[in-house]
Design a protein. Structure first.
Lengths: 90, 552
């Protein structure tokens, strides 16, 4: 299954605004994407509560996994988003 | 028949309007029995969650700035697919809709709470969402701040920080709470928004929905079902009073010309524009906690510096007193606070956190110094919760070591006031935080509404500590300010001036009233009022004596 490993670029972590932006982007994808902290259980990337509960901090590595048509494109887009510092962008 | 209720006025002004009661959280029935039709249960649960999400989205669309993003984030939670599937799993397993909803929310609540104290606001959002969903399922009034669609007087048991985020200042004419105290969230919020407010008002939650009330946030009175003439008269009197206040402007002075600096308190750069526009001589308390709250790690040097720079630039040519990070007790921080302290108010908080994390203070001072060097503001820096002369000396030394001109301390711990002569000798200024100084002097938790009489800033023992601190400052030529909520009470401000206080810092909305009061008295008169207050038996007695003397 295609997967991407990426370090969280937002200093505040995948919380608050960065988490909301990530979940909104995941909901727009044609395939279901999961996100996990390295070694942790994967959760639905469209679930804001699950993403917040991951408690991924700035610099933590997360694993994104998807399957099916368009999986690679979806993962590329979401991985790029996670890598950015979303909180410092106005 | 008009009935009059009384409480403590915590935010000045007079307003009238129909009451909208804030409904209490719904009670979850413990005996909910499933209907035996899981599909119907599931449909009911999904419909309730959808209705809650839709209503939050509608409110987000109408809400201004910050409130809109809080509501939109909550709406996302209400539409969370994993939350929905947990509810569906629950009803399929034979639970009633309401039980499945409660259990699904509880599961996420536990996960978020486990992530640490900086997640507290999200947990509060989730609890609010849970209560809304349950209220919808049960068909009972929606909890949280009501939205009757017209201006109203908000009546509640008390307000939580989560309620206040969505409060629309244009709709809420006044706030009345049954509980809370002068230092509660309700009081601080109402003052910052300039909404008249009365707290600890017994009987308020029994006022019928829609009934007209006349609220006086200066006197602390609430008149239920007043006649029209009374309302018109009170609002006219308020207008005349405001006009009279605006007639006095410029730096604070007694009628015989003794200067008393009037400063504003700010807690971030969001309320910067109105605070900078206020007719003040600068900032007496710039709280910096907001930069550190609700996040898992400290802000960077650059991030801090940029915010300090914005504040200093807004107050170019004026004084800005920065208070270094005041974490701990009611403001826990993931990366600073010691978890599970048996008594956080007496624990590692304020300046004490720098014992464990000297690097945070060092970095904050560097950021302040960099921003100060690039600005026209006169930047002073002070530390919260200083207890000893040695702490004061070390802090002032550290501040000066960063090239900053003035390092001072907050006097919030009685020990610092008792040793004020020694403390004043080693630092550049002192600023009295009356809220914490009351709490520690009277051994009364500042959040305990029923101990409000002990936390009253008019209490003579507190005034004695203010006097000792002011006298020490005067003897050594060091300024001594008051930056607690107490400084915004025009009568008490006169007492502080009489005790020798050189600056008063408060919410911008309170400045005109204090300026007018000070301008109406000579320094000798203020000293006379201070003596009356010091000779009183308790806070109420002190206030009454001073009020009677100023009306004579």
């Amino acid at each position: 299954m295609p997967e991407r490993r990426v370090a969280v670029g937002s200093k505040v972590g995948l919380h608050a605004r960065p988490a909301a932006m990530f979940v909104q982007a995941a909901a727009k994808q044609p395939v279901k994407v999961t996100i996990a902290k390295a070694g942790g259980d994967p959760v639905d990337a469209r679930s804001i509560l699950s993403v917040l509960a991951l408690d991924a901090r700035g610099g933590d590595e997360v694993v994104l996994v998807a399957e099916g048509d368009g999986a690679d494109e979806a993962l590329d887009e979401l991985a790029a988003l996670v890598a950015r510092d979303l909180d410092s962008e106005e | 028949m008009a009935e009059s209720l009384s409480g403590i006025g915590v935010s000045p002004g007079v307003a009238a309007g129909p009451v909208a009661q804030m409904a209490p959280p719904p009670v979850v029935p413990t005996d909910a029995t499933p209907s035996g039709d899981p599909d119907a249960e599931n449909q009911a649960a999904m419909a309730a969650m959808k209705a809650v999400a839709t209503s939050l989205e509608e409110r987000a669309a109408r809400a201004p700035g910050e409130a809109a993003s809080v509501l939109a984030a909550q709406a996302m939670m209400a539409e969370d697919p994993t939350l929905a599937s947990k509810v569906t799993d629950g009803v399929q397993a034979g639970k009633a809709a309401i039980t499945a909803v409660v259990d699904a929310f509880e599961e996420f609540r536990a996960m978020l709470a486990a992530a640490g104290p900086y997640m507290a606001e999200r947990v509060a959002d989730l609890d609010d969402l849970r209560n809304r969903t349950i209220a919808t399922l049960l068909g009972v009034p929606m909890p949280g701040v009501p939205d009757p669609g017209h201006p109203f007087v908000l009546v509640a048991l008390d307000l939580a920080p989560a309620d206040t985020a969505t409060l629309d200042a244009d709709r809420v004419r006044a706030i009345v709470t049954e509980e809370g105290g002068p230092t509660s969230h309700t009081a601080i919020l109402a003052k910052s928004l300039g909404i008249p407010a009365v707290v600890t008002c017994h009987g308020a939650t029994a006022i019928p929905e829609g009934e007209t009330v006349l609220v006086d946030g200066t006197e602390g009175s609430v008149i239920v079902a007043p006649d029209e003439a009374t309302v018109t008269e009170a609002l006219d009197a308020e207008q005349r009073k405001l006009a009279a206040l605006q007639a006095v402007s410029g730096p604070g002075r007694t009628s015989d010309g003794h200067p008393v600096q009037l400063l504003v308190n700010i807690a971030g750069d969001k309320d910067l524009a109105p605070a900078a526009a206020a007719d003040s001589e600068g900032v007496g308390l710039f709280r910096t906690e907001f930069l550190f709250l609700d996040r898992p790690n400290a802000p960077t040097l650059e991030e801090q510096q940029a915010v300090y720079q914005r504040v200093f630039d807004a107050f170019a040519g004026r004084k800005v007193v920065v208070r270094t990070l005041d974490a701990g007790a009611d403001k826990p921080l993931e990366f600073v606070t010691v978890p599970d302290e048996p008594n956080p108010a007496l624990g590692v908080r304020g300046l004490r956190t720098s014992r464990r994390h000297p690097e945070l203070l060092e970095e904050q001072l560097t950021a302040v110094a960099n921003a100060a060097a690039a600005s026209e503001a006169q930047v002073w820096v002070m530390a919260p919760m200083v207890s000893t002369t040695a702490e004061a000396a070390a802090f002032a030394e550290q501040v000066r070591g960063h090239g900053l001109s003035s390092g001072g301390v907050m006097v919030e711990v009685p020990a610092a006031a008792i040793r004020a002569r020694h403390v004043a000798a080693v630092c550049d200024f002192m600023s009295i935080g009356t809220n914490d100084l009351s709490q520690y002097t009277y051994a009364a938790d500042r959040m305990a509404g029923e101990l409000a009489d002990l936390l009253d800033a008019w209490q003579p023992a507190l005034l004695d500590l203010v006097r000792m601190t002011a006298e020490a400052g005067k003897a050594l030529g060091k300024p001594v300010g008051v930056c607690g909520e107490a400084a915004s009470d025009p009568l008490l401000a006169l007492v502080f001036v009489g005790l020798g206080i050189t600056s008063l810092s408060m919410a911008p909305v309170s400045i005109p009233g204090v300026r007018a009061a000070v301008a109406g008295h000579t320094l000798a008169e203020c000293r006379g009022l201070a003596t009356l207050a010091l000779d009183a038996e308790d806070g109420r007695d002190a206030r009454n004596a001073v009020r009677a003397a100023t009306r004579a």
